[in-house]
Design a protein around this ligand. Sequence first.
Ligand SMILES: *Cc1c(COP(=O)(O)O)cnc(C)c1O
Length: 391
Amino acid sequence: MPSPPSFPEASQHPAYRAEASDRPARIRVDLDALAHNLHALQRQAGVPVLGVVKANAYGHGLVPVALHLQAQGIAQLGVAFVEEGIALRRAGVHIPILVMGGIHAPQVGQFLAHELEVTVSSIDKLRQVEQAAESMGRQAVIHLKLDTGMERIGVHSENAAPFIDAAMASPWCTVKGVYSHLACADDPGSPMTGEQLQRFLAACERFDRIGAPMPLRHLANSGGILHFPETCLDMVRPGITLYGVLPDPASIAAVPLRPVLSLVTKVVYFKVVKAGRSVSYGATWTTQRDTRIITLPIGYGDGYPRSLSSRGEVLVRGQRRPIVGRVCMDQFMVDIGPDGTAYNGDEVVLIGVQEGATLSCEAVALAAGTIPYEILTGLNERIPREYLVST
Ligand SMILES: *Cc1c(COP(=O)(O)O)cnc(C)c1O
């Protein structure tokens, strides 16, 4: 049995307190923005939301984010791995949790012991789940995974009939949901999404044909909710938009979202550098004039991408300033120009807003040559996280 919620007010959970660390680099998580995004997405979709909190809640911190979503009345949570589900149960999350990744036979018992919903993606896996359920004398709650175009886990939708029949006939499995995943929904112009929806709906007709109750049909990720309202069906599975970030530069902000995460640090060193001096490892960047260089105490060892070397920017006193030279493991340097001022201890924004200027996660991802998902999930446990909530 999952333990009962020991923290009725999510904000009283110890994980909400700013960590004792005084490290001059931190992630600020705005839980009011998280709640705002949840409610905005729910309104847009018009159906219950499964909030995706895999990968440490996209870098925002698994437990505090999940507890806050639970306190906001979210229908259900989704994670990738059983370990993430167990961590949530141990922290007092009592609402339904779907583990969306493929199952590994030796772990099936753990799903049942912690009342985690299982993704069943083949008849073989169905048998593994049945066996574990029977031996534990417990019903398994399952979601059937159909493949409509990812060629990842799931039964090809055109071959779904025998799979659905077997699952519905299983005395040890309760089929709560049936789902598939969209490959191109972040692109509003892609014809792929409509095709995937048609394949999915065609496969779901099998439930009617055999007189079985229709389980919860869910298909839409963030891109689906933003661009293809017809994919919202009975439940939606937003991840990145819950955190206030768009899935792709081509995405349309059809829902008013607020960024949840900021990444900030403080100046730890200031120096005046003469023209012609090289900066950082490899001497790949050289001052063209006398200038002022500050050092910031965060680097790729925290998950701040090394690919931002001489390409990224940060906000210093509300102005964009370039990263110069290679990002090191624990530090990097910024050129604030010959007239720039900055003092040790000044706050510098790497992702977020400062004095009216914005440096979005999307912009950082573009400069780093990657996607916002990778920027967020890359920010690791070395950076303290601080949770802000107004109530
Ligand atoms: C990660 C994931 C999502 C969330 O995707 P976003 O693009 O972040 O909204 C939804 N469904 C499944 C199966 C996923 O793996």
